[in-house]
Design a protein around this ligand. Structure first.
Ligand SMILES: [Zn+2]
Length: 72
């Protein structure tokens, strides 16, 4: 591989590391019990669509599609 390919791979790797290091601050509200919680970033990499994420509620233990809290 030439130098340009190594630089491209390096930039992509750095972007992924930076993305993973920034913690998630977006709270989500459980539709089952109404509690809000801030899930870990790794949890947000799972199933999601239209801004809602498949998350497990730490309060009641139910797993369901949850929209970010504060957005109706
Ligand atoms: Zn809940």
């Amino acid at each position: 591989m030439d130098l340009f390919q190594w630089i491209t791979i390096g930039v992509v790797v750095i972007m992924i590391i930076v993305f993973l290091l920034i913690p998630n601050h977006t709270p989500f509200q459980c539709p089952k019990c109404g509690q809000t919680f801030v899930p870990k970033k790794a949890q947000l990499l799972g199933i999601h669509s239209y801004g809602s994420h498949m998350l497990k509620c730490p309060h009641c233990g139910k797993t369901s599609m949850m929209p970010p809290a504060g957005r109706e």
